[in-house]
Ligand binder design. Structure first.
Ligand code: HEM
Length: 955
């Protein structure tokens, strides 16, 4: 070992925990507004640091109402970010966003002796706050809907609920074809072929909980069951919170869509409701608010991801039977729904006649209750819904998640280890075949590409499915090439039914290789998402560090001894400890040491027949893994999509926009034609160069508000997807925005005005515009005379320890905003105050911290089964090195970091070689390709030298 472990551990914990002072004696450091010289400020900060340290470490609280809400003491804020961090502490938004070094170069101090110290305090402080948040989330936000919640609260057989690792509810039922194979009525344990690879329906990922995460299991919740379905007003708290003002269609979702979501057009004719102009003329224009540091490839990436993780729908539709009204019919007048007049309807351009099928419901019988410690709990939410996809990050959108979807996946008859791709005349490379009426799974539309998950298909999904089908085959080609050279060599694979046998390259069957390639592609996708997509979504230094630590380990990948030692500590001491609370909390912290990937895989003498080795690295923190409904809510990211794609031709001048192609003209079967006639390379260039839509109000695509769904047998055959996002959340019982924040341990808002970004100068045009939108919010959601005797939540308390009531701190009887009623999607879109480089809001983000970590921690193929026995040695190397051969390093040190060439960039260059010259200039494939990244997390929209003629930079 090169460095004493203790020193490293101490360093890690200091770095992770930092110091979050709990108060103590006040030291004079100047009051806000005092002008201190840089020297005085530096001294004041160091004093504040001493004071913060003296205050001791912040502890994860015993009860949810004592959560720190992303807020630190004044000395701590000053220590980490100076006056700038202290100034806005009274706003509801998290403090770390204003620490030193967490923004662009303007977030670094000027005139200090060195910027390094403040930057370290700021960035490490931000990571500390985020780690605390994660620990609190793990402790307070897991509510499983599949029947395990009572034991989570009460424990079982003397073991605390958070330490439980198996659940009877996760057993395979007797009608499962694998029931006997896993042990039938006795103890269930997956073995043999069932544990070698990812299974179709996701069973046997956790070998002791075969059913966990499999297709059809219920979505869990991150909010207390009692607070879900607020419009049912089943508790006094929800009654008091909403006062009878909300329901499925109140306030009216399509009215909200038209007033708060519509993109304002400077020239509506040239947008043509998102259809653009004839012949894809480049003169078309649909205005949208653009994010300068994130491209359209990133928008489609996340749609591609969600299709892997979850689906409420089944085969592209919701529940059969009577449809429900979803059109614009009313507005609120004095909190009473009042019919819209024909003139108002015409002015809004909305459709009262829209209807859609209802959500499938899994269970809506009244949930049982239980009592514990004098408190009564629900055993599950009042209604539950099935996740009709595997919850695992298993590339199921490509490979399938049930028998029907599997039938759409075509394998190459010439080499069944490969996916079927076919040449297209006049195009280089090969493309996914289309489904034929004679196929076992007939197409839902003409020209449907043969992939497992086809819903909501357009050009971007066609792009990624073609790309990763090529990547699958690239891996198989390389394996076959190496096998031909070294047929006798050990592939690294082992068969648990015959564990002693070395599986030589020449012994690997086509089926085995297909499954290995699936494992590799899934892990590559998870890696791209973790260290390439997310650090660009959250484009700042804490997240570059945080996400790389998540994947590679806080201590880097350089020292395998440290990784092994830490991994051992986590898995063997904490992961198996019965000291529940400590185990789960410390586990999460220590997992930042060795990194999640490979956690538990570095066990000496790994034995594929030993369940503790195969499964030992996973941790579900006491609640079986699935996504919560609240996770779906924060992924309703439709504003990311532009109406028109700025189409470019790689063979001509990449700086030229040759056409504007309407996304809606690539819907369903039209995507295939667009893909095959124009080619993967041109679409890659076009999506890579264009900025995506900001996640903010007034920024939904026009085409999605008016989409025509051929499957609907309704008066208009159209729906407004933006409105439907609100309706589905209401159907699924997602708490409204303010309670949603409280539930996740974030600070509540006390009026609509809290949405306004206080850091902007009062007279700035941006702030004026925000104020105008706030007025619209007030008009739509309304106000009421408050009653301070009505307690509205038990998730948090006022700062003075009293209960939060209907007046939200305003005098009793005053007129207050109905801020409690704001739909969660509307709320997070209205968050104008965001950390630097955040394409999403802090409310969305807190949902990710919890669930993105869980999705890795729970999956043995990313932890203890991330091993050559399952992936092959080539597979492990391919994932670690981002492709065949040794790791390639990026030239220079972008944002001060030496780093490997990013994984999606490698996938693109490997499978679409025409893009290689363009990608030479690109560091992160999700940053608009023509942009000059500038210095230290710049968000400027400025062309790199050879892209100055690109008209996108003149807009
Ligand atoms: C051309 C682009 C897109 C189209 C045509 C489209 C269309 C749709 C449609 C028709 C629904 C189902 C509505 C329902 O009946 O519940 C839906 C749901 C959804 N969409 Fe999109 N969408 C697009 C892009 C995106 C993107 C970029 C994201 C980003 C993540 C996204 C995320 C979602 C989510 C999370 C749902 C809910 C799924 C569920 O409940 O299981 N969509 N979309």
């Amino acid at each position: 070992m090169k460095t004493p472990l203790l020193v490293l551990l101490l360093g890690t914990s200091l770095f992770v925990f930092g110091f979050t002072g709990l108060g103590g004696a006040q030291v004079s450091m100047g009051t806000p507004g005092d002008q201190l010289s840089p020297k005085q400020e530096e001294v004041a900060e160091l004093k504040a640091c001493a004071q913060s340290l003296a205050g001791g470490f912040l502890k994860v609280p015993a009860t949810r109402d004592l959560r720190f809400q992303g807020k630190v003491t004044t000395p701590t804020a000053r220590c980490r970010g100076g006056q700038r961090a202290v100034e806005f502490q009274t706003t509801p938004w998290v403090d770390w966003a204003r620490y030193w070094g967490t923004g662009d170069s303007s977030s670094l101090p000027v005139g200090f002796l060195s910027v390094k110290g403040p930057q370290l305090r700021g960035v490490a402080g931000a990571l500390t706050d985020l780690e605390y948040q994660r620990l609190e989330l793990i402790k307070f936000n897991l509510f499983d809907n599949s029947g395990t919640y009572q034991t989570y609260v009460s424990g079982r057989g003397g073991v605390g609920g958070l330490a439980l690792k198996t659940w009877p509810e996760m057993r395979l039922p007797s009608d499962s074809p694998y029931y006997q194979a896993v042990g039938g009525d006795g103890e269930q344990l997956c073995r043999g072929d069932l544990i070698r690879a990812r299974t179709l329906t996701g069973i046997c990922n956790d070998i002791r909980n075969p059913r966990m995460g499999s297709t059809g299991m219920p979505f869990m919740r991150n909010a207390e069951f009692e607070t879900t379905f607020p419009d049912l007003e089943q508790t006094t708290l929800t009654k008091n919170r909403h006062g009878g003002r909300i329901s499925l269609l109140t306030p009216n979702p399509q009215l909200i869509s038209r007033k708060l979501f519509t993109r304002v057009q400077s020239n509506p004719t040239s947008c043509n409701a998102g259809f653009g102009l004839s012949n894809n003329s480049a003169d078309a224009n649909c205005d949208y608010q653009k994010a300068p540091f994130f491209n359209v490839l990133a928008a489609y990436w996340i749609q591609f991801m969600t299709h892997d993780w979850f689906s409420h729908m089944d085969e592209g539709h919701n529940a059969p039977g009577a449809t429900m009204d979803v059109g614009c019919k009313s507005k609120l007048v004095n909190n009473v729904p009042t019919p819209l007049t024909p003139e108002e309807i015409q002015k809004l351009g909305c459709r009262p006649g829209d209807q859609i099928d209802r959500s499938y419901v899994l269970n809506d019988s009244p949930p049982d209750q239980f009592t514990m410690g004098g408190r009564t709990y629900l055993t599950r939410a009042p209604k539950t819904y099935a996740n009709n996809n595997t919850a695992w990050w298993d590339a199921s959108q490509i490979y399938g998640y049930d028998e029907t979807s599997l039938q759409r996946v075509k394998r190459d008859p010439k080499d069944p280890a490969k996916l079927l791709l076919e040449p297209v005349p006049g195009m280089s490379g090969s493309y996914l075949p289309v489904l034929l009426p004679s196929d076992p799974a007939p197409p839902q539309w003409k020209g449907q590409e043969s992939v497992a998950f086809p819903d909501n298909w357009s050009i971007g999904l066609s792009f990624y499915h073609n790309l990763f089908a090529r990547e699958h085959n690239s891996f198989v080609d390389e394996f076959r090439r190496q096998a031909a050279q070294h047929p006798q060599a050990d592939s690294g694979l082992r068969n648990p039914s015959d564990p002693a046998r070395v599986v030589r390259n020449q012994d690997v069957t086509a089926d085995e290789l297909f499954n290995v390639a699936r494992l590799v592609v899934s892990a590559e996708i998870a890696k791209i998402h973790t260290i390439e997509w997310t650090p660009q979504l959250l484009y700042d230094e804490p997240f570059y560090k945080g996400m790389n630590a998540n994947w590679n380990g806080l201590l880097g990948t350089g020292d395998p001894e440290v990784s092994t030692a830490l991994s051992d500590i986590v898995v063997h001491n904490f992961g198996r400890s019965e000291d529940v609370k400590k185990a789960t909390q410390w586990y999460s912290v220590f997992a930042s040491g060795p990194g999640i990937v490979g956690l538990g895989s570095a066990v000496a003498h790994y034995d594929i027949t030993n369940p503790n080795d195969v499964n030992g690295g996973v941790n579900h923190f006491g609640a079986p893994f699935n996504f919560p409904e609240e996770f779906v809510t924060v992924y309703r990211l439709h504003p990311l999509v532009p109406d028109l794609i700025e189409y470019r031709d790689v063979g001509k001048d990449p700086n030229q926009i040759v056409q504007k192609v309407a996304v809606i003209e690539t819907f369903e079967g039209k995507a295939t034609e667009a893909m095959r006639s124009r080619g993967l390379a041109n679409w890659g260039l076009s999506l890579g160069r264009q900025r995506l839509g900001l996640l903010t109000l007034h920024n939904h695509p026009q085409f999605l508000q008016n989409i025509r769904l051929p499957r609907l047998d309704t008066p208009t055959q159209q729906v407004d997807i933006a409105a439907l996002d609100l309706i589905r959340d209401r159907e699924h019982g997602v708490p409204r925005f303010n309670e949603f924040r409280r539930q996740y341990g974030l600070r509540q808002l006390t009026s609509y005005d809290d949405f306004v970004d206080q850091t902007l100068p009062a007279d700035s045009p941006a702030r004026q515009q925000q104020m105008e939108t706030i007025a619209q919010l007030r008009e739509i959601y309304g106000t009421h005379v408050c009653d301070s005797s009505k307690i509205i939540t038990d998730a948090q308390l006022n700062p003075d320890g009293t209960a939060i009531n209907d007046c939200l701190g305003h005098p009793n009887g005053s007129v207050v905003d109905n801020v409690e009623d704001v739909d969660t999607v509307v709320g997070w879109l209205a968050e104008y105050t965001r950390p630097h480089g955040f394409a999403i809001s802090e409310t969305q983000f807190v949902v990710f911290i919890l669930n993105a970590s869980r999705r890795l921690y729970s999956d043995r193929f990313f932890t203890s089964s991330f091993r050559p026995e399952f992936y092959s040695q080539l597979g492990i190397d391919w994932v670690n090195h981002n492709g065949p051969g040794a790791e390639m390093m990026e030239a220079g040190a972008p944002n001060g970091h030496r780093q490997p060439v990013a994984p999606l960039k490698r996938v693109l260059m490997r499978n679409i070689p025409e893009l290689t010259p363009e990608l030479q200039h690109v560091t992160n494939a999700f940053d608009p390709w023509g942009r000059d990244r500038g210095q230290y997390y710049s968000l400027e929209w400025r062309a790199r030298p050879d892209a100055v003629s690109d008209p996108a930079f003149k807009q």
